[in-house]
Write a protein that binds this ligand. Structure first.
Ligand code: IMP
Length: 438
């Protein structure tokens, strides 16, 4: 039996899509266990380039069963659009995509509230993706959420009426104060206004979604447990990154779900003892989208910063970027129980003369551990760097460690030594086969 969890060791966008795609070839089940369409996994394969937000990245392998766990929050319109795109690429998933009936729904008012709360917080905003994630999880935890199970149990209409009544009061109160914004996100039509929602409109819209998605909505527990009994191989994919975990990220610059490997158990109904391997995906440098401290961030005009330039898969926002920070990577490896690292995007570093890795933090001149610094303190820590000679050669597509330039080998060995976790996989390009296995 093998249950592998893939977690990002940083702030998300580590290249988990590629890592999952790499492992999914040997998996029977590929499952998402947390978050919603705030996530964006980029998968490049023979069918094209896909930016997947909700469907497990294993969907491109016809032999896999793909599960969307109860730990997720689902925006049905986004899911239907994504399914359409995958279908258009010729992928058949009719009998192998399963959506947990216990998963919570992202409702139009969640997206509106996400935008309104961010606006109200002004300079202190979290920089959310404005997909309604925080408000949807808040409703789940405060017993106000709506689930697919509400359609099945015929409680949807009644519960929706209560929620629309409640949420309209908040939306109209907050909306009056905020100007009509121009938020370029999904659901912008409603999100941009503080107007009350119409119960009948929302009811009809969501029943329509349910009718289209009904064939895929199931109770996942029997499917998962049968798979475990039959010793099937499971690949569990985290969304976002470990540093965005609600408890262990730097609050409030976090996301609304537990992102750690441990959440795979509650988010799918898998017993903790069944997890056999945890792989931490770590980008060869650091990036972050949204607000919050990032000790190794480089200024926009730094030459290396230019090389790390990326836009986020979900929001198209420019990612903040900087040197590889192994302080949080080491910490997230501890709290996840990471067995091995998958270092991605090594090819991006070619051509930089001097590379730096952050190996420690100092606060007010004294060395501090990652977990000792909370909240505002993290914005003041000074990174302690070690320098490494770079390499000029293009390493794209290299598949043997020995074929890497010596300095690239040393960079990887340093990651291993400083983080205390073996680097077993190295990504050398976006293509599916561009991986070194050690
Ligand atoms: P939310 O998840 O949309 O509520 O946003 C909370 C924080 O998490 C913001 O800083 C987002 O930019 C960040 N975030 C959420 N999802 C991702 C992701 O998949 N990759 C990177 N950052 C993310």
């Amino acid at each position: 039996m093998s249950v592998t969890v893939i977690v990002g060791s940083q702030w998300g966008d580590e290249g988990k899509g590629k890592a999952i795609d790499y492992f999914a070839r040997n998996a029977d089940f590929v499952a998402r266990y947390n978050g919603g369409n705030n996530a964006g996994h980029t998968v490049i394969n023979e069918h094209g380039t896909f930016k997947i937000h909700l469907v497990p990245s294993g969907i491109f392998y016809p032999h896999t069963k793909c599960l969307m766990g109860n730990g997720m929050v689902i925006d049905p319109q986004v899911l239907l659009d994504e399914m359409k795109e995958i279908r258009r690429a010729g992928i058949d998933f009719e009998k192998r995509l399963f959506i947990a009936q216990r998963a919570h729904l992202i409702m139009p008012y969640h997206k509106m509230l996400d935008g309104l709360y961010e606006q109200a917080k002004g300079a202190g905003a979290t920089g959310t993706t404005r997909r309604g994630i925080g408000p949807a999880f808040a409703d789940k935890i405060s017993y106000n959420g709506l689930r697919w199970a509400d359609f099945i149990g015929k409680t949807f209409d009644e519960r929706l009426a209560v929620q629309i009544g409640l949420k309209n009061k908040i939306i109209t109160a907050l909306g009056r104060k905020s100007s009509r914004s121009t938020l370029d996100v999904q659901g912008a039509r409603r999100l941009a206004s503080g107007d009350a929602l119409d119960y009948e409109d929302v009811r009809e819209e969501y029943w329509n979604y349910y009718e289209q998605l009904k064939p895929y909505i199931k109770e996942l527990a029997p499917i998962v447990h049968k798979g475990l009994e039959q010793n099937k191989k499971f690949l569990l994919e985290q969304a976002m990154g470990s540093l965005l975990d609600t408890d262990w990220g730097v609050y409030p610059f976090v996301t609304a779900s537990t992102t750690l490997a441990s959440a795979a158990t509650t988010g799918l109904g898998i017993p903790p003892r069944k997890i056999s391997r945890i792989i931490g995906v770590t980008k060869a440098y650091s990036t972050r989208v949204g607000a919050g401290p990032m000790p190794t961030e480089l200024p926009d005009d730094h030459p290396a910063r230019e090389q790390f330039a990326e836009t986020a898969a979900t929001t198209g926002r420019k990612r903040r970027a900087g040197w590889l920070d192994l302080v949080p990577v080491k910490f997230t490896a501890q709290i996840n129980g990471t067995d091995a690292l998958f270092v991605t995007k090594l090819d991006t570093l070619s051509g930089i003369d001097e590379l730096k890795i952050c190996v420690g933090y100092k606060l007010d001149g004294k060395p501090v551990q990652f977990s000792e610094v909370e909240g505002a303190g993290m914005a003041r820590v000074e990174p302690v760097y070690r320098s490494f000679r770079g390499w000029q050669e293009d390493v794209r597509g290299i598949r043997k460690f020995a074929d890497l330039p010596k300095n690239a080998q040393k960079y990887i060995e340093a990651i291993e030594k400083i983080s205390g976790v073996p680097v077993r996989f190295i990504g050398t390009g976006p293509e599916r086969e561009a991986v070194i296995k050690r």
